[in-house]
Design a protein around this ligand. Structure first.
Ligand SMILES: [Zn+2]
Length: 217
């Protein structure tokens, strides 16, 4: 079971996590989890290019190691990247030490202060350990789940999920994975077309400004 649109009470329950971007401008933040994948990611990049869309890829460290050239292409084309652990770890079922260790292994190949917990599941103690340090990670959740990972729904339904719930500042989850491929290849071009026609722009998540940059010590 999952909710397409993140309810307000869940956001309130985890206020230090980022659930959507605070903007009134017509900006939508698409994100792609679990790649890079040898065929799906190049399709995503080609499709994004047609709409001059910038987005964010939450990569699995182990997949970056396998597909270094695709990872380089993501960066070269102006997208943001984020850490999604080395082995797609389940936070709720993993001891903090092992969870943090897996993130730091992924960090060897993914240079980013952005982090998204696999399955959106992370313990409070893990959040604290990622945030209460000198260079904290910004934990990015989402406001809209496309459901592309759900093999019981059609591409049309996946598209409807995104069209119905996305608006200014939305963070939308897709997956550049084999599992999501059927729905993704149908929905992604139509999402880009629909919102472009309505005057929206697709933006990459910004990396947080380091504290020194703000004159704060
Ligand atoms: Zn994932």
């Amino acid at each position: 079971m999952y909710l397409v649109s993140t309810p307000w009470w869940l956001r309130r329950f985890y206020p230090t996590l980022c659930w959507k971007m605070d903007t009134l401008e017509k900006h939508i933040y698409l994100t792609f989890d679990d790649g890079p994948h040898e065929t799906v990611t190049p399709f995503v990049l080609d499709t994004l290019q047609q709409y001059n869309a910038k987005t964010t890829f939450f990569c699995i460290g182990n997949n970056v190691r396998k597909h270094k050239e695709i990872y380089s292409r993501i960066l070269a084309e102006g997208h943001s990247v984020g850490n999604h652990t080395e082995h797609h770890m389940r936070g709720w079922k993993t001891r903090d030490y092992n969870y943090l260790k897996d993130i730091s292994i992924a960090e060897q190949v993914i240079d980013s202060p952005l982090f998204r917990p696999p399955y959106g599941r992370i313990k409070r103690s893990q959040i604290k350990k990622l945030q209460d340090v000198e260079s904290p990670m910004k934990i990015i959740m989402w406001s809209v789940l496309s459901g592309d990972f759900d093999t019981t729904i059609s591409g049309e339904n996946c598209l409807k999920n995104v069209l119905r719930h996305s608006k200014e500042g939305s963070i939308v989850v897709f997956h550049d994975s084999a599992k999501a491929w059927d729905r993704l290849q149908y929905a992604l071009p139509k999402v880009l077309e629909h919102f472009s026609e309505k005057g929206f722009q697709f933006k990459a998540l910004p990396y947080p400004v380091p504290l020194q940059g703000l004159g704060v010590v």
